[in-house]
Design a protein around this ligand. Structure first.
Ligand code: DC
Length: 244
């Protein structure tokens, strides 16, 4: 997997035609469905770039906290998104590091509060517009695995292979509960479930780029399915398309 710093440049016309032939595989779905894990595994296996679009929304939420901007102040949040000074890199252990203005925010953006902030700012149309070109910028040879909510519907609608992962909210809350316990964080399972349901509702009902599967997406229900089986199913489709 290759990661690179995000540049703020809007793609020029020649860049668009240059990257037109670069393949993209989109992996969309709600929080906690395992799409991050699947996307990492896929990018590793193919040696392609990885776009974690949720991280861009998470950094925007965190940047607002740092800059003292309220998540409800739409014009100010959009301004933060437009000028987002963010860089991605890989730690020695393979984990993705995220920096805002050179400050490591990797842990802060992954908290439950970070998720709430991301989901709130992601509902602002001007924020989505500001982050659109940055996401398209990740489209570089030899290929891109794009993880998010609207990768297959809005950001890369022409992607030749699209996945949409689903799992029940109860199952996702349970998985998140175990992850947080392993990290030594004390959490309440009912609270996690309520948070997930609230976030699903916000992500699915917003006016712009709501969380819906693309018409041509392959929908995989990952409830009660080991991640290795989900990955095997994904790889089957990747091979069918001749990417490997
Ligand atoms: O994938 P994630 O949990 O890191 O995403 C955090 C939030 O960001 C999620 O609640 C909705 C938002 N998001 C989005 O609106 N569009 C994307 N492409 C990715 C994430």
């Amino acid at each position: 997997m290759c990661l690179r710093a995000v540049s703020a440049c809007a793609s020029a016309q020649w860049q668009i035609s240059y990257v037109a032939s670069v393949p993209v595989i989109t992996v969309d779905g709600p929080s906690g469905v395992g799409k991050g894990t699947i996307s990492h595994m896929l990018a590793d296996r193919l040696g392609w770039h990885l776009l974690d679009s949720g991280a861009l929304y998470r950094v925007t939420g965190q940047a607002c906290v740092i800059e003292g901007v309220s998540w409800d102040d739409d014009p100010a949040v959009a301004d933060v998104a437009r000028h987002l000074d963010v860089a991605f890199s890989l730690a020695a252990n393979g984990e993705m590091l995220v920096a805002y203005k050179g400050l490591d925010v990797s842990a802060a953006i992954r908290t439950e509060e970070g998720g709430r902030g991301a989901s709130t700012v992601a509902a602002i149309p001007a924020v989505r517009e500001a982050l659109f070109a940055r996401q398209r910028d990740f489209l570089q040879p030899p290929g891109l695995v794009a993880d998010g909510r609207d990768m297959g519907t809005v950001v890369f609608p022409d992607a030749p292979l699209k996945f949409f992962l689903t799992a029940s909210a109860a199952e996702r809350a349970e998985r998140r509960y175990k992850q947080l316990l392993e990290k030594g964080e004390s959490v309440s399972l009912p609270r996690l479930l309520a948070d997930i349901q609230e976030r699903d509702e916000r992500d699915s009902s917003r006016s712009v780029s709501p969380l819906v599967p693309a018409e041509d997406a392959i929908v995989i229900d990952s409830s009660a399915t080991p991640i290795s089986d989900v990955f095997a199913r994904v790889m089957l489709e990747v091979k069918k398309k001749g990417f490997i």
